[in-house]
Write a protein that binds this ligand. Structure first.
Ligand code: HQG
Length: 183
C-alpha cells in the first residue's frame, strides 16, 4: 500500500477487503463484473464507521502503488482490478504473455509448488508478474522470497489462456510444475 497517509492506507486495505472479498460488510453487492456504485459504497462504508468522501476515494485510487482500483468510464462505479475471491467475471480478454513471467513466493512453499505446480488457492487465478522485482516483493509478503520463472511462451503455445489486468498483473488458471524453473 503506497498512499502516504496512514488513514489512506487503512482505507485502501478496507477497500480491497470489501471490493474483493466481502462487499456485504459495507452493505453493498457487486455486479457480475465486480462493479459497485461509488455513492452506495461510500454510504455503506460511512454507516460502518469509515467516513470516506469522494475526494478521499479519488486520492486513494490515484495514489495506490499497484493501481488496485478502477473507476468506470463515467466515474459512477468502482471495482478492484484483480484479486477477488468472490465470483466475478472481470471480462479481461485473453492476451499473449511475454515469453517469461515471474512468480514470487516464500521459500517454504517451494517443495509443494514444484510437486503440484502453482495453484490459485483462494483467488480466481495464479498471479504472475512481468518484472522480477515485483515478483520478489509479492513473495516477500509470505516470508523469505524466492522467484520462480514461468515458461509462459510454452504454456501459451500449449493452449493455456493468459489475461492481463488493468493494473498489469498476469493471470492464468494454474501453472503445472513442468513450466516452472528455479534459477
Ligand atoms: C502459494 C498481491 C504451496 C503462492 C500481490 C502464494 C499479487 C502454493 C500463495 C497478488 C502453491 C497464495 C497475489 C502450492 C501456490 N503449494 N503454495 N502448490 N501454489 N502457492 O496472496 O501470488 O496487494 O493468494 O506462491 O501483489 O502471493 O492483493 O497470491 O505464495 O499480485 O493487490 O500460495 O496479491 O496484490 O498467496 O499474491 P496469494 P500471491 P494485492
Amino acid at each position: 500500500m503506497t498512499p502516504d497517509d496512514p488513514r489512506d492506507r487503512a482505507a485502501s486495505k478496507l477497500l480491497s477487503y470489501v471490493l474483493r472479498h466481502h462487499p456485504e460488510e459495507a452493505g453493498v453487492t457487486l455486479d457480475p463484473q465486480g462493479w459497485v456504485e461509488v455513492d452506495a459504497l461510500l454510504a455503506g462504508l460511512t454507516a460502518r464507521g469509515t467516513v470516506l468522501s469522494r475526494t478521499d476515494l479519488d486520492r486513494i485510487v490515484a495514489t495506490d502503488g499497484k493501481r488496485r482500483y478502477a473507476y468506470s468510464e463515467d466515474g459512477a462505479r468502482i471495482r478492484a482490478s484483480q484479486g477477488h475471491s468472490v465470483d466475478v467475471d472481470l471480462g479481461y480478454a485473453p492476451a499473449v504473455p511475454p515469453p517469461v513471467l515471474y512468480h514470487g513466493t516464500a521459500e517454504r512453499f517451494l517443495a509443494s509448488i514444484l510437486a503440484t505446480g502453482l495453484e490459485r488457492r483462494a483467488r480466481h487465478h495464479v498471479h504472475l508478474s512481468a518484472a522480477i522485482a515485483t515478483a520478489r516483493q509479492v513473495g516477500g509478503r509470505h516470508g523469505r522470497a524466492v522467484v520462480l520463472h514461468v515458461d509462459a511462451a510454452r504454456m501459451h503455445g500449449d493452449g493455456f489462456a493468459f489475461f492481463v489486468t488493468a493494473n498489469g498483473v498476469w493471470l492464468v488458471e494454474s501453472v503445472p510444475p513442468g513450466y516452472l524453473a528455479v534459477p
